[in-house]
Design a protein around this ligand. Structure first.
Ligand code: XMP
Length: 333
């Protein structure tokens, strides 16, 4: 598939059988494109890069080198899951880079949201390019580009302004020019998920909620500190656990915790207890351009509040953000 335009008569991939036919065709095309050369992939663990990885492993096995950069802003257990599924489960040629220290050092004291985004995006490319330069014989770069990304670039080329600078692995240095392998570029997200399941990826990975490239970095508001980031990671894991348990994970498009850089006075064990507030954000949307607030049962909110305040060091209040988009954006930064 050379064209970047989805043909009007292209069948939507809605069933396992259609996905299998798509996979067979892509395996053939990728083998034809790549031959016996090596392909590099930035594997974030998100839906798109994971499905590309599984597809390319099927097509070319260890000729695919997947690099997973842990920028220290991943959710709890996320990098471990990537290693478990791809290295142990699919026998991938996986390079795991723990770059947490580098990112956190660069971000120390930086509070301006766009500056934080730029630092994370640029450092991600630095780390990825460094790893790429250590590898021999790579001629191709695989990307989890999907059709909405192509439509978005067309919109931007037409001069429409983006609200936030999104982070993707574009913009690699000029001396690292590879030919691209983008097997999902004509698919919509729901089709990518069907393909992912047909490739044997776990349901939880394929249907996981979107997670921004800068990760928890845009949810640990203002200047990131290690203690507040850790509190955020733990509180977010509790929110996700409770949403899973009561079935909300299937009904709410995106849900997470944000923690602002303020403390309030509280009380714990009969003593003054200054802590941060954890803010729950849970939104529904179809295209992320606007978003609505779903009703979360009070019992669930109480349970989450009780667990976060009891289990997470440094948090003494839990707040619920009722703001739709607009005027809020989905993320707080
Ligand atoms: P906002 O906050 O702009 O978010 O309403 C809309 C959707 O985009 C996600 N988001 C990102 N995704 N890289 C991404 O890949 C980014 O830098 C980024 N920033 C925000 C956000 O989580 C929401 O789903």
């Amino acid at each position: 598939m050379n064209s970047n335009i989805r043909p009007e008569n292209m069948t939507r991939i809605t069933t396992k059988e259609l996905a299998e036919a798509f996979i067979d065709e892509q395996v053939r095309l990728v083998r034809e494109q790549v031959g016996d050369k090596k392909v590099l992939l930035a594997l974030s663990g998100g839906v798109d890069s994971s499905v590309v990885a599984a597809l390319l492993i099927k097509a070319i096995g260890k000729q695919l080198v997947s690099v997973h950069v842990n920028h220290g802003l991943m959710r709890k257990g996320e990098s471990e899951q990537v290693i478990e599924i791809f290295e142990k489960g699919l026998n991938a040629n996986l390079v795991y880079v723990d770059a947490s220290e580098r990112f956190l050092n660069l971000l120390a004291g930086v509070s301006e949201p766009e500056k934080k985004r730029k630092i994370i995006g640029a450092e991600f490319i630095n780390v990825f390019a460094e790893e790429a330069s250590k590898l021999e014989g790579i001629e191709f770069l695989a990307q989890g580009t999907i059709y909405p990304d192509i439509l978005e670039s067309i919109k931007q080329a037409e001069g429409k302004k983006a609200v936030k600078s999104h982070h993707n692995v574009g913009g690699l240095p000029e001396d690292l020019q590879f030919e691209l392998v983008e097997p999902l570029k004509l698919l919509f997200k729901d089709e990518v998920r069907v393909v992912g399941e047909a490739l044997g990826l776990p349901h939880g990975m394929v249907y996981r909620q979107p997670f921004p490239g800068p990760g928890l970095g845009v949810r640990c508001l203002g200047a990131i500190t290690r203690d507040r980031l850790e509190a955020l990671r733990e509180a977010d894991a509790i929110l996700r656990d409770e949403f899973d348990k009561c079935g909300l994970a299937e009904k709410v498009w995106q849900y997470f915790i944000a923690i602002p850089d303020i403390k309030s006075v509280g009380v714990k064990d009969e003593s003054r207890y200054e802590g941060w507030p954890a803010i729950i954000r849970a939104v529904n949307t179809t295209d992320a351009m606007s978003a609505t607030i779903e009703e979360i049962p009070y019992a669930v909110l109480h349970k989450i509040t009780a667990r976060i305040t009891a289990e997470v060091d440094g948090i003494n209040r839990v707040l619920y953000d009722l703001t739709p988009k607009p005027t809020g954006t989905i993320e707080w930064e």
